[in-house]
Design a protein around this ligand. Structure first.
Ligand code: ADP
Ligand code: MG
Length: 233
């Protein structure tokens, strides 16, 4: 079985009245660590809905998300919290940085939820930010950065608890081509280091940077391309 396995996932949203609108249909797919997977699909095809289910943010679905030999469904609230906090790093289109905090504090903030001592947190955050080329910007506010720099801060934050899985929902959606390319290369490097990276996009050219492209249409997987790179063992 794959490291992360989706097994017959289906979901519908209810519209207040009794009507339910189906948005995901029978999604069965597996993912391995070291993969950089793009989920490609038009707006409304169910990509974000699927990411929220994988990320443990949405529990209103049928089917199973299996990881580490168990399902998310079996996890108690505290375990699910740890899963969201420690196993998964989230990256969003609009960065979701906290505007009144410095770059450094944006990264250490998420680490405060774990039991890493304060000085160690700061040192680790500085190291991750430096690796991403942001050492000159540690004490700036997000508003003083370019879009590409903001997304690198968000990536640093997502890496801060050393998660196994990175979920990026349209990470290049607000960026120009040059910055998009840079972000996709960074995500590729993260996967090469052995994490599972899943990035949502509606752009074929962005998807082409990944090791595998899964195409979604109307809540279904319609195509799966296995791409070039062999995976680390
Ligand atoms: P994508 O991320 O691919 O653009 P989404 O997963 O956001 O697609 O949405 C899939 C479908 O579900 C769309 O038709 C959208 O309108 C609908 N949808 C998303 N969120 C909700 C919600 N909270 N309530 C009702 N319908 C929703
Ligand atoms: Mg979306």
């Amino acid at each position: 079985m794959s490291y992360l396995q989706l097994h017959h996932i289906a979901k519908s949203y209810s519209l207040g009245n009794k009507e339910r609108v189906p948005v995901l249909h029978d999604i069965t797919v597996g993912f391995e660590r070291g993969e950089f997977v793009s989920i490609l699909g038009e707006s409304g095809s169910g990509k974000s809905t699927l990411m929220n289910i994988i990320g443990g943010m949405d529990q209103d679905y049928t089917g199973d998300v299996m990881i580490d030999g168990g399902t998310l469904r079996q996890k108690k609230e505290k375990q699910l919290d740890d899963y969201r906090k420690l196993k998964i790093g989230f990256i969003f289109q609009n960065f979701n940085l906290i505007s009144h905090l410095s770059v450094l504090d944006n990264v250490t903030l998420t680490m405060q939820m774990t039991d890493v001592p304060r000085l160690e947190r700061i040192a680790k955050a500085k190291q991750i930010l430096t690796d991403l080329g942001l050492s000159e910007h540690l004490h700036k506010r997000p508003s003083q950065l370019s879009g590409g720099q903001k997304q690198r801060v968000a990536i640093a934050r997502a890496l801060s608890n050393d998660p196994d899985i990175i979920l990026a929902d349209e990470p290049t959606g607000a960026l120009d081509k040059k910055n998009s390319t840079q972000i996709m290369h960074i995500l590729d490097d993260i996967a090469k280091q052995g994490k599972l990276v899943i990035a949502v996009t509606h752009s074929q050219s962005v998807a082409d940077y990944s090791t595998r492209v899964i195409t979604m249409e109307d809540g279904k997987i319609v195509q799966e391309d296995i791409k070039k790179r062999s995976l680390p063992v």
